[in-house]
Design a protein around this ligand. Structure first.
Ligand code: R5P
Length: 306
C-alpha cells in the first residue's frame, strides 16, 4: 500500500536523536565485518571483553590424553560452563550434543603425531566443513623458529584468507618446541608475526618476566595457554597474572580437566578472568566448590546431556 502523507506524519522519526555509531570492544577488531565481530562477540564476553575457553583438542596429535579418554562422560558435562570450546571436528561431530550452543573454535591443523616432528603440520580441515559445523573460529599451530616454520606460517595465512572469505576469525597457537626458550622476547616475536599476517586472536604461553610487553606489542587479543597440569593455586595465579598483564582470557585444558574437581576449577577461573578475583580468593572458592563436587560423586556418574 502506498504511504500517504497522513500516515507519514504519524510515524516517529526521532529527527533530533542522531543514530549512534558504536565502536567494537575487542582490540584490533574495529575494522572487521559484521560476521567476524558477531563470532568474536560469542567467544569473548562483550561485558568483560574476556573469555574462558576450554581446550580439549589434544587428541589430534597425542591420542587419548589423560582426562580425555571419554569425552562423552567426563568433558561434555563441563562444556556448559565454558565460554567457548577448542576442539577437533572429530570430537565435535561424534560427541558434542548439537543442542549445545557454545561457540566452537575448531582445530584445523594436523599431520604429525607425538612420534614425529610436530612442526610438520598441514591444514587438515576444509573451510566448508567448518562452516557446515557452524564454528565461531578456526585455529592452528604456528611454529615460529621450528623446523617447518615457513610451512606452518603459510598454513596460517591460507586459513586466515579462507576465514576472511566467510567471516570466520582465525586463532593462531604459538607452539613452543622442546628446544625453544619460553621468554618474552620469543613470545613477542611469535605473537606479532601471527597478528601481522592476519589472525584475529592469538593463543600463547605465559612468561613471568615481561608478559605485559607480549600483550602490548600484539595488536590483537591474546588468550593465555594453560600448559601442563599445575597445582590449582599456581594455575589460578598464572591466569590472574596473565589477565592483569593484558591477556583477554585463557584457553586451558589440562589445568581444568585433570583437576580433581574440574567444575570447581572452571568456576574459580571464571572469577579470575571476568571478575579480577585474586588467586588466593579464587583458590578458596575452588576448595569450597571442590568439597561439594566430590560429595556428589564420581564425574562419570553425571548425566552427559546438556
Ligand atoms: C597444542 O599445543 C594445543 O593447543 C593443545 O592440544 C591444547 O590446547 C593445550 O591445552 P593445555 O596446554 O591447556 O592442556
Amino acid at each position: 500500500m502506498a504511504d500517504t502523507d497522513a500516515v507519514k506524519e504519524a510515524k516517529k522519526f526521532y529527527e533530533d536523536i542522531p543514530m549512534k555509531t558504536p565502536g567494537f570492544f575487542l582490540k584490533g577488531a574495529g575494522s572487521l565485518d559484521w560476521g567476524m565481530k558477531n563470532r568474536l562477540a560469542r567467544i569473548f564476553n562483550p561485558d568483560s571483553g574476556r573469555t574462558v575457553m576450554l581446550a580439549i583438542d589434544h587428541g589430534y596429535f597425542q591420542g587419548p590424553t589423560t582426562g580425555l579418554e571419554r569425552v562423552d562422560l567426563n568433558i561434555v558435562p563441563l562444556m556448559p560452563m565454558a565460554d567457548a570450546l577448542m576442539l577437533t571436528r572429530g570430537i565435535l561431530r561424534t560427541t558434542v550434543p548439537p543442542a549445545l550452543t557454545k561457540p566452537i573454535v575448531m582445530r584445523c591443523s594436523g599431520g604429525p603425531s607425538i612420534l614425529k616432528e610436530l612442526s610438520n603440520e598441514e591444514l587438515a580441515v576444509d573451510i566448508e566443513d567448518a562452516i557446515r559445523m557452524n564454528v565461531s573460529a578456526v585455529t592452528l599451530q604456528v611454529f615460529i623458529g621450528g623446523e617447518h616454520e615457513t610451512r606452518s606460517v603459510h598454513n596460517m595465512t591460507r586459513l586466515v584468507d579462507m576465514g576472511m572469505r566467510y567471516g570466520i576469525p582465525t586463532m593462531a597457537v604459538t607452539a613452543v618446541g622442546k628446544t625453544m626458550t619460553r621468554d618474552a622476547q620469543y613470545f613477542r616475536l611469535a605473537c606479532r608475526i601471527c597478528a601481522e599476517l592476519g589472525v584475529q586472536f592469538v593463543k600463547t604461553y605465559y612468561c613471568p618476566e615481561g608478559f605485559e610487553t607480549v600483550t602490548a606489542s600484539c595488536p590483537v587479543p591474546i588468550v593465555m595457554a594453560g600448559g601442563k597440569k599445575l597445582p590449582e593455586l599456581e594455575a589460578l595465579t598464572m591466569a590472574y597474572n596473565a589477565i592483569q598483564r593484558g591477556a583477554s582470557g585463557v584457553d586451558m585444558g589440562r589445568n581444568i580437566f585433570q583437576s580433581e574437581a574440574p567444575k570447581a576449577m572452571m568456576q574459580a577461573i571464571h572469577k579470575v578472568v571476568h571478575k579480577n578475583m585474586k588467586p588466593e580468593d579464587a583458590h578458596d572458592l575452588y576448595l569450597t566448590l571442590k568439597g561439594k563436587e566430590l560429595k556428589k560423586g564420581a564425574r562419570h556418574a553425571e548425566p552427559a546431556a546438556v
